[in-house]
Design a protein around this ligand. Sequence first.
Ligand SMILES: NC(=O)c1ccc[n+]([C@@H]2O[C@H](COP(=O)([O-])OP(=O)(O)OC[C@H]3O[C@@H](n4cnc5c(N)ncnc54)[C@H](OP(=O)(O)O)[C@@H]3O)[C@@H](O)[C@H]2O)c1
Length: 232
Amino acid sequence: MSVGPVWKGREMDVGIIGGTGPAGRALAVRLASCGPSVVVGSRDAARGEEIAAELRAAWPGRDLALSGTDNAGAARCGIVVLATPYEAAAETALDLADALEGRVVVSMVNAIGRVGRELQAIVPARGSVAATLQSVLPGSEVSAAFQHLPARDLAALDRPLDADVLVCADSERAASETAALVEAVPGLRAVNAGSLASAGPVEALTAVLVNVNIRYRSHVALKLTGLRSHGS
Ligand SMILES: NC(=O)c1ccc[n+]([C@@H]2O[C@H](COP(=O)([O-])OP(=O)(O)OC[C@H]3O[C@@H](n4cnc5c(N)ncnc54)[C@H](OP(=O)(O)O)[C@@H]3O)[C@@H](O)[C@H]2O)c1
């Protein structure tokens, strides 16, 4: 599933709703450094533009196709990533349902709460954030991906990535477009982890990985061993 050139051939831009936070920013700059044009979305178009400008300025030697606008503008891109906090995800998606119609919507959202010093997974309605989003976006095809990648590593363009990204989706199109997006980034391998029924445990695993990072002062990434071949 080596699809970087295919991705470029599709000439599809990527919109990131809630793209001004650490996760959205990091994904935006990493993707833009690998070919796709990326639009950073915000509730405030000026903030989206400001963050896009900051990211371009942070990497002056790179020709980053990175712009910013409001979330509705990001939602009209060829493929759209949702990167808001868990609490805001469903309402935000619902507000943008018309703009998102017909598109693949990739949820990188995790439902996590803090209990004392420990992070714990929250079980959202329908078992996962991604399944909740699919329920409020009947005209879109939702996938789940990118939950486990620490923003700090994703944003460090001077350091290569080496990680697997689990992709869950109910439709073949959502799975394959999401896998293509993942593999537009060198060092990331998309692994088809099944339908949105599997998105819950995938999202919940993030809390476990963050706790490992806190305990070991590390930045772990997910890497599966023994995978002989993979496909969508
Ligand atoms: N941080 C990571 O390392 C990481 C890695 C993988 C996945 N994730 C997941 O990615 C998501 C975003 O993480 P983050 O750390 O970037 O979150 P964040 O900074 O808390 O939020 C991201 C953006 O969402 C928008 N937002 C905040 N509250 C909102 C609301 N009530 N309604 C609508 N939009 C709102 C804000 O953008 P505007 O104010 O510009 O609208 C904000 O910059 C989370 O679900 C997280 O679990 C995070």
